[in-house]
Design a protein around this ligand. Sequence first.
Ligand code: ATP
Ligand code: MG
Ligand code: MG
Ligand code: MG
Length: 572
Amino acid sequence: MSTLFLRTLRDDPADAEVPSHKLLVRAGYVRRAAPGVYSWLPLGLRVLRAVEQVVREEMNAIGAQEILLPALLPREPYETTNRWTEYGDNLFRLKDRKGSDMVLGPTHEELFTQLVKGEYSSYKDLPVILYQVQTKYRDEERPRAGILRGREFVMKDSYSFDLDDNGLETAYGLHREAYRRIFDRLGVKYVIVAATSGAMGGSASEEFLAESAVGEDTFVRCVESGYAANVEAVVTPAPEPIPFDDAPAAQVYDTENTPTIATLVDWANDALDREVTAADTLKNVLVKIHLPGGEPEIVGIGVPGDREVDMKRLEASVEPASVDLLTEEDFAANPFLVKGYVGPNALLDNGLRYLVDPRVVVGTRWITGADQPNRHVVDLVVGRDFTPTGTIEAAEVRDGDLSPDGRGVLTAAKGIEIGHIFQLGRKYTDAFEVDVLGENGKPVRLTMGSYGVGVSRLVAVIAEQCHDDKGLRWPREVTPFDVHVVIANKDAAAIDGAEALAAELDTQSLSVVLDDRKASPGVKFKDAELLGVPTTVVVGRGFANGVVEVRDRFTGEAREMPVDGAAAAIAA
Ligand code: ATP
Ligand code: MG
Ligand code: MG
Ligand code: MG
């Protein structure tokens, strides 16, 4: 460390908000060159290379072949797919000296497609998966959190080419498994969620989101069913509005007065032809609201438990006489009742615009008007055979909403996108007319997938998930060094001993950073914690008695061991 190109900082950088950004800068892993543009210093580069290594190993293991395309690209291919326009301000554009437009590649579907078109001509050439680990450029509107969202960043992007849908599904499946292995090896906590395909176009797509409070993506998941999706993608097929009055098997109960709970229970039992039981949970209740005098436009489902707020709104929006319909006890006692659905505002605010598989439908019409006394009409429909339809709009999904598969309740959390896999289909091969000669002599249009991993982003993500208030804590697979040896004893014998120990660790195939600086032990210990190497060996006072101290950065545990055999023990 006395010669290492490393200067740690005592204070957090002024522009840093998230822990990984603060720590990676303070610990001297990266330095800012411009907004969203960072230099990699020795320790940072070692982590970046370690992440790349894991990614390469797992890509190679599924038979993908590494190539490297340029980052400086001509305009024309992006014009062909219309992404020259679609990418908008996110694309870094420049002109060469002759005035030709060029771009700095944000992602490389176009170039890989052209490449395969140029090289391959027969069905015998397929399938193929090609990949690169390359610097990408996107003029992000809000570069953020250091290398987490850069304008220059390292991505692993791969592209599969197949003759048919089965082939594409296989390639997609291979990537999905490879990504799981990559993120598992890197020790990242992540979820796989349904995703929209965004600027890539195409159909099936999933994201790998690292769980993190500082993430910019929100996802929802349902513990009961395993459903998980980016909120951007919580979309099931568009709803078929069912005219309220055409509702099959509807029994309409009309009452001048607000029905009592007892009446509703009677009606439900009557319609179900059996006792209402606890199994008729609120999840299974579908509500249709008739707006005053209008078409039945709003449809909602009941979700247990979290509608207290709406009770207040409800009280404000309906005549006091009808409020006693909906008390907490009533809801507890009557599972088919739904909170908060009488007032259209409450419903809209809840954003519950989707249907689930209901067995019971309770509708409440709130009718007002000059010639009409205020009154409720309660409609009860039983046994209806719905399949899930409808949409939940992104901003409207929230904790406690029902899963679109109807099998449980959603919980929402934040995540950072670390990988994205797409079945693109023929969007790009159509644009570039990529055909090969098929087995039967006819041309076959290739089908394509594209798959990205945020390699440099992962360095920040791991730092984000693995740190404490003292500094970084690298998992073994990506740590810049395996062992950090601290010389905390000025005796020449101890210094020699530390160097010998470092050499011995080296022969055990462990990489070592040796803190041989002329600094106090306190400063060295603080830096060791900040840098985050998983194992620290302190050659201190105990060395005179042939003892060193071994500290575990993850558990904080420290234990003494004889210096003889220490290297082998640490390697074990
Ligand atoms: P995000 O939603 O975070 O903007 P994206 O959906 O635009 O990402 P993709 O086009 O799917 O990103 O690119 C593949 C991967 O590249 C992403 O999953 C992410 O890990 C990484 N990535 C994308 N943009 C950046 C960036 N600005 N800085 C670092 N990594 C990025
Ligand atoms: Mg993006
Ligand atoms: Mg995204
Ligand atoms: Mg993406």
